[in-house]
Design a protein around this ligand. Structure first.
Ligand code: MLT
Ligand code: MN
Ligand code: ZN
Length: 298
């Protein structure tokens, strides 16, 4: 199939195991008892040959070494046409620094996120004669890769963690956090790795989609607190949880979405354990738990 996706990294920022984390999941991953997962990124192709990378994670070097369809086809030639970032979070932009070795591609983001990158001079490492930065307006389709159209749309979220001020609006709608509507060959795939809540606009957009990749950061809102790993709820981090009355597990039922896949899972999430009751519950509700290297075809 020409139009297809390849999960480069299924975990949220930190990955599984996270370098400094001794939680049960991270310990199990370190011991090889559950599969390790790298940080948040998805590759997509519309023609089966040339790819776009959605979010450039700090793990991108290893992700590309492992992803057979994205191997170099020439001396300095990856079949890569563009990189798109959906927000300015470190897990989604730090990998841009790895992509600095004179490989031409177009870097797509909203103007707000381009501003964030411009304010960080380290990203000048991406030589402007080789990497073209293109600002994308919300709700206007553009060509992301050959045969592949994309549209960015606002989803509830917040500014990047490193830009937070004293008061933080966690359900901000604008150019800080976007979802991606991908279209090719009459099929529709949605990629939404970060989303604070399901609103009417999002519900209407994703109705009838062929594939939805969605924010699977936490199983429950107070998961990090209960594990003794911090004071923040999922809501405070701008992430909608899987379980609970407003959780994504239930919220997306009845929307006629052919395939629903969780990505951006935090290392505390019990669904990362293949034999957990939470994973069984998610699968029974029609969700697939994304894993590194998984190919999803619409
Ligand atoms: C998030 O998804 O909440 C962010 O990646 C957090 C972070 O930047 O560490
Ligand atoms: Mn993240
Ligand atoms: Zn952990």
């Amino acid at each position: 199939m020409a139009f297809r996706t390849h999960i480069l990294g299924a975990a949220a920022g930190g990955g599984l195991p996270q370098w400094n984390c001794g939680c049960p999941n991270c310990a199990a991953a370190r011991a090889g008892q559950i599969p390790a997962q790298t940080q948040s990124s998805l590759a997509v192709t519309g023609d089966g040959e040339t790819w776009a990378i959605l979010n450039a994670s700090p793990d991108i070097r290893g992700q590309l070494a492992d992803a057979t369809p994205l191997r170099p086809t020439g001396l300095r030639n990856l079949p890569l046409s563009s990189v798109l970032v959906t927000n300015g979070d470190i897990d989604h932009v730090a990998g841009l620094l790895t992509l600095r070795e004179m490989q031409p591609f177009t870097l797509f983001a909203t103007e707000t996120i381009h501003e964030v990158l411009r304010a960080n001079p380290i990203f000048e490492a991406l030589n402007p004669t080789v990497v073209t930065r293109r600002p994308i307006a919300l709700d206007r389709p553009f060509d992301l890769a050959p045969g592949l159209s994309a549209t960015l749309f606002a989803v509830p979220g917040k500014v990047p963690l490193y830009m937070e001020s004293e008061t933080v609006e966690t359900r901000l709608l604008g150019e800080n956090t976007v979802g991606v509507d991908l279209r090719a060959q009459g099929k529709r795939i949605f990629y939404i790795p970060g989303c604070a809540c399901l609103n009417d606009d999002l519900r209407a957009r994703i109705k009838g989609a062929d594939v939805l990749f969605f924010d699977g950061t936490l199983w429950r809102d107070d998961e990090m607190i209960r594990e003794g790993l911090g004071q923040k709820t999922g809501a405070r981090m701008g992430h909608m949880s899987m379980s609970g009355p407003d959780g994504s597990l239930n919220a997306f039922g009845g929307l006629d979405i052919a395939r629903r896949v969780y990505v951006h899972m935090n290392n505390t999430n019990p669904v990362l354990r293949p034999d957990s009751p939470e994973r069984a519950e998610a699968e029974a509700a029609g969700w697939t738990i994304g894993t590194d290297g998984m190919e999803v075809i619409p």
